[in-house]
Design a protein around this ligand. Sequence first.
Ligand code: PEP
Ligand code: MG
Length: 755
Amino acid sequence: MILSELRSIVQAVNAAKDLQAALNIIVHRVAEVMGTEVCTVYLQDPETKRLIFMANRGLNPDLIGKISLGANEGLVGLVARREEPLNLDNAESHPNFLFLPGIGEEHYHSFLGAPIIHQRGVLGVLVVQQKDSRRFNEDEEAFLVTMSAQLAGVIAHARVTGSITADAGAPAKTAVFKGIAGAPGVAIGQAVVVVPAAELSSVPRRQIDDPEAEVERFKSALCSVRDDVRDLSSKLQGQLSSEELALFDVYLRILDDGHWVSEVINKIRLGEWAQGALSQVVLAHVNAFETMEDEYFRDRATDIKDLGRRVLGYLQADTEVESAEYPDNTILCGDELTASVLGEVPREKLVGLVSVKGSSNSHVAILARAMGIPTVMGASDLPYTQIDDANLIVDGYSGSVYYNPSPDVFEHFRVICEEDQQLNRGLESLRDLPCETLDGHRMPLWVNTGLMADVARSLDRGAEGVGLYRTEIPFLLRERFPSEEEQRQIYREQLLAFAPLPVTMRTLDIGGDKALPYFPIEEENPFLGWRGIRVTLDHPEIFLVQVRAMLKASEGLNNLRIMLPMISNVEEVDEALRLARRAYDELVEDGWDISLPPIGVMVEVPAAVSQARQLARRVDFLSVGSNDLTQYLLAVDRNNTRVADLYHAYHPAVLSSLYTVVEAAHAEGKPVGICGELAGDPGAALLLMAMGFDMLSMNDNSLLRVKAVIRSAKIADSQALLEKAMEAETSDQVRTILKAAMVDAGVERLLQPVS
Ligand code: PEP
Ligand code: MG
């Protein structure tokens, strides 16, 4: 059995309209391809754990949905319990065989069952049976196992959402979707779906009042695309062969084909807006073409998708102005929210965020925490195209999204919101008190910034400096590289706001999950690729302009510190120092009255931990970027939902690396701080203080919580706590130790509240 058959079954299943249709496709196609007389899918009921006879070919169809097996019953129960395939030439002679009256199995002797497993949990069992008494061969067994592994994700998604694709139907009346806690807090509001430009699969459904005007909009977009195709074709005359030019004729024929065009128009007349109607029709056609055997038709799928995107582009350009209106309690939802979408909504209207992809360490989540916007990331089952305008509750503590919440759920979260506000008001009283332990140990708390809006709040909450100013954020919010003078003004504003307190500006850290819209970097492994200092050393003009802008901005203030991201060897530091020195010398020569600022290195990759002493020797300070350090130490992509539960900042390997860096920096007589998210975790802050970090830098929303914990602790006790934590063998043990310490100190409410 070959790959193309497997692929074609998966595609057909993906195009099914609901779970039952998908299961029916599975049993028919698998039986056909494997040439077996019987194929069955049993699905496990999540509550009773019974395996229900859900779809079948070859047995008694009247029993579908009506009979089931207990987890320990029959061969099917055995496959589910052992979580491995079972291949028998004579099923009735197996001790676990259970005769189900009326189902009609008695004629079939050979049995092959494979468990359907998703995220370590058994969803059901896929079985094929035959009359002849023979063992299925290895190829057949491998095919069935592969098939069930491929289908598990689709089935799991369909069970949660009731649909196979994001486009197949709105969720039930009320629903809860699980994701990852991205930024703490609760938001109650209205969904606004953000659509990446010209992406057919993420167009939300929307109803319109004036279908005829909408039909006109669609026709005019179609005309524009037709003109574009003709233009392109005549421009390329002479450059392409006539065969290649024929592609444009195919395009024009597709555009003129009345069939799909009238399908779109019909949908619009039923009240769907043009973008929605277009995307649904085009995607259905693409799906139909993609499942065809013939390569010619598969290529047509690409053509129609391309044309669909072009038409969508015109329709979107047309509605940009309208979509700029946001409701007062906007909850932004999208497939993959990025840092740049945050800038599009007026801050006072934005109350929550939900992203289908990503995890709590994605940059959009970090920004959301800094801005105090409750966020859920990685809500992978959320049918986001279907929920535009819906009432939502975002529970950023547990990572859940409530769609159309019932009055009880609404009331529950309203109370939590109120408690949160009370807690925050209580913390306000700490604003002007020093951050020191009960036994007098001072722990400087600094803040991470990126937006001008952070500044006032940070100062208000008693920040003693800026430990990380993410300079890429103003870059992300623009449409081109800001000029040296524009940058000077942005940096000057930050430096002025905090002066005389120090401001640590990090040189541009793009790459990874931070792509500038105007400087795209396409890579297989972006987190192991062209990131941070690697980009700016390859583009000294970008680096020099930025450092010059920082230095100019510091004139007369002298509170600038410069920090280098993603350093993985000493040569990078030497080269960056040489360039910074050059920028400084040139400016002094030009008459600027500036001093050379302290320059530091971020410790974010394991190599920098090992070489922390060599690095510290060259610079004025170190600062640990624990977000990246955790991802690289544990080999867990900080952005990947699938491995999000392996990302443990409390991992013993992370803690011992942090300790190593502190000791190395101090051995060289250099200060060391930490500016990853861990610094803002009230429990972890006690450990970091005990390790000897000279400052903790965090988002401003964490400042008062961390201060409250430190003011309730004694440095001597924290050192004992550290000793205990360093002996732990798992992240869970560390978490338990910290929780107990918080409970003892009576401050456990600060550790993410609410039951
Ligand atoms: C870090 O990696 O810990 C860090 C502070 O940098 P960023 O999160 O911006 O990558
Ligand atoms: Mg980093």
